[in-house]
Design a protein around this ligand. Structure first.
Ligand SMILES: Cc1cc2nc3c(=O)[nH]c(=O)nc-3n(C[C@H](O)[C@H](O)[C@H](O)COP(=O)(O)OP(=O)(O)OC[C@H]3O[C@@H](n4cnc5c(N)ncnc54)[C@H](O)[C@@H]3O)c2cc1C
Length: 546
């Protein structure tokens, strides 16, 4: 055991481990990369997090950098939850609901709390946290905040950033801060602090003032969802408030380590109406998505599954979708849900939806009973069959799984993806929250083969060229991590990228916090981290949907 591990063991309440097995276990997340940590820390409380950060900072002051990577359940598909230094694993101990205000629905939780457990608890109080990822049963609330996760309800309810009210964060030097919207008076108090926190507020405020035009330009403002880069546009608001919260949400542990999350929740209404509608062209499907978005009330889900996915599933598991999907495979299916708690409003909106589907779809089904609805959801959840499938060494790999474009460009986006896959002679299948312009695509590749590795990088280059040519972003949900970090300049341009680097520098001047993730990451750095055998390790206790 190294001197650093010894020191931490002596000073922390939580456990410290350096065993080969544990290091191997934490060397992977759900990305295509592998990078073993040198030390694993299971913090018992915020003080352990604070002491670890403080120690790493003191070493950095003396020229020795030991990175710290915060980790929830490690389901990150971008390589954001692996790192070469200290792996700080939250689910072991820091996994409690600290407080749930039944009246307001505001919940305070530790970052290692499993999202699914939180959701179950909220349901018993007729509440829910809407931006749940498909991985909610095996991922944490800290990871959702780290990635700014979103999911099948986000088309109506928004992403994690829309629900996080405040955070407790351990800064790179071990100081603990609490974030929340500050009015002018509170901001000037922060600006006057002589601490690292004060330094951060001062530097960030200056940076925002100096880059006002660039920030206001916000090249991604036509997108309904975006997790690429840092959310600097949301820090200094038009109403005069200043809030660091949105900057930490989605920052993948590169600006600070979250030790407590305070979230708002919504009233839960399990009485929903669910449609599955089938279309003969992609263009018709995308036009319907636009129409649904223009309804007086937004559907609570608009999910797309393309005909290629349906065909693949039919071939692999012939009975899985029996009776649910037309005999002749449609170009695409839409799964559309309405959850308005008001009966009269819901009936009215359903009539609008029925009219749209009657006029445009090859056929459609409508269900209100939970079991029948679960049947229709199976169409969307067919993606699990594809994700879990492997043929010899070929696996569906997450390298371009999360592009997003303005909804008006969705049809062009899908046709572009089909063309790209055809040019590389790869099978294609796509699905996901198309109601927001976001799609998931997983090419089948064997990363142990040089040819497929080269194909993977060519595919990424051409795919992100397509996405950005349509005014899109490389990531709608799954964040930059290591895999998409090198494409940030493509999405935002060089000037905005430099701004992101400056933000990182302000919060983490020594490069301790999850280095190699999001910013300052190059293709040359990530190529050697590619693992030859990709698999969804640890996820088969659940259906690993995406
Ligand atoms: C099959 C599958 C389906 C998925 N579906 C979705 C989906 O629908 N929507 C979606 O958004 N994502 C999805 N994901 C991605 C991922 O599961 C989610 O982003 C999830 O919220 C991550 O949670 P986690 O606990 O696994 O976090 P981790 O993977 O452990 O961490 C995620 C990131 O957050 C950082 N982090 C974790 N804890 C902290 C902390 N305390 N402080 C600071 N930073 C922290 C990590 O460093 C890392 O960069 C999916 C992944 C898989 C494998």
């Amino acid at each position: 055991m190294s001197k650093v591990a010894h020191y931490l063991q002596e000073h922390l309440l939580g456990e410290v481990m350096t065993s080969t097995d544990a290091r191997r276990y934490f060397a992977t997340d759900n990305s295509i990369f592998s990078l073993p940590p040198s030390i694993i820390v299971y913090p018992r409380n915020e003080n352990d997090v604070r002491k670890t950060a403080r120690f790493a900072w003191q070493l950095a002051e003396r020229g020795r950098i030991i990175p710290i990577t915060a980790r929830g359940a490690g389901t990150d598909v971008s390589g954001g939850a692996i790192g070469s230094g200290i792996m700080m694993v939250f689910p072991a101990h820091m996994n409690r609901i600290i407080e749930l205000d039944q009246k307001s629905g505001v919940v305070v939780a530790e970052p290692g709390l499993m999202y699914g457990r939180l959701q179950q608890t909220l349901h018993t109080h007729d509440r829910f946290l809407p931006p749940f990822p498909a991985s909610l049963e095996y991922s944490t609330i800290g990871g959702a905040v780290g990635n700014n996760a979103s999911g099948q309800k986000s088309v109506k309810y928004g992403a994690t950033k829309d629900y996080v009210r405040s955070l407790r964060v351990v800064l790179a030097n071990g100081e603990v801060i609490e974030t929340a919207p500050l009015n002018k008076r509170d901001l000037s108090k922060k600006l006057g602090l002589t601490t690292f926190e004060g330094e951060i507020y001062r530097s960030l405020d200056t940076l925002i003032e100096e880059n006002k035009d660039l920030i206001e330009k916000d090249l991604t403002k036509d997108l309904l969802r975006n997790t690429a880069g840092y959310a600097i546009t949301d820090v200094k608001r038009k109403d005069g408030t200043f809030d660091l919260t949105p900057l930490f949400v989605g920052s993948q542990g590169t600006l600070g380590i979250i030790s407590e999350v305070t979230c708002e929740t919504e009233t839960y209404n399990p009485e929903t109406v669910l449609f599955a509608a089938f279309f003969d062209t992609i263009d018709a499907t995308c036009k319907v998505i636009q129409k649904l978005r223009e309804l007086p009330q937004m559907p609570s889900s608009i999910e797309l599954v393309d005909g290629h996915l349906l065909d693949i599933v039919r071939e692999l598991n012939p009975n899985q979708l029996k009776g649910l999907v037309p005999q002749t495979t449609p170009a695409a299916a839409l799964i559309v849900e309405f959850d308005d708690p008001n009966d009269r409003h819901r009936k009215k909106i359903i009539k609008h939806a029925q009219k749209i589907f009657a006029e445009t779809a090859l056929e459609y089904k409508e269900e209100t009973e939970p079991d029948a609805q679960a049947g229709l959801w199976k169409i969307r959840q067919a993606s699990a069959t594809l994700l879990a499938h492997s043929e010899k060494e070929q696996k569906p790999i997450p390298i371009i799984e999360d592009g997003i474009v303005p909804v008006a460009k969705l049809s062009e986006f899908i046709q572009g993806i089909y063309k790209l896959f055809a040019s590389l002679k790869l099978d294609v299948a796509l699905w996901g929250p198309a109601g927001e312009g976001n799609l998931h695509v997983h090419p089948f590749l064997d990363l142990s083969q040089l040819g497929d590795r080269q194909k993977a990088f060519r595919l990424m280059d051409e795919y992100y060229t397509l996405v950005t040519s349509l005014g899109g972003s490389s990531s709608g949900q799954n964040n930059d991590g290591r895999i998409r970090g090198p494409y940030l300049t493509k999405v935002y341009g060089q000037e905005a990228y430099v701004l992101f680097q400056k933000i990182k520098q302000i919060f983490d001047p020594y490069g301790i916090l999850n280095p190699g993730v999001k910013v300052n990451v190059s293709m040359e750095e990530i190529r050697p981290l590619l693992r030859s055998g990709y698999s969804l390790d640890h996820l088969y206790e659940h259906m690993p949907r995406s």
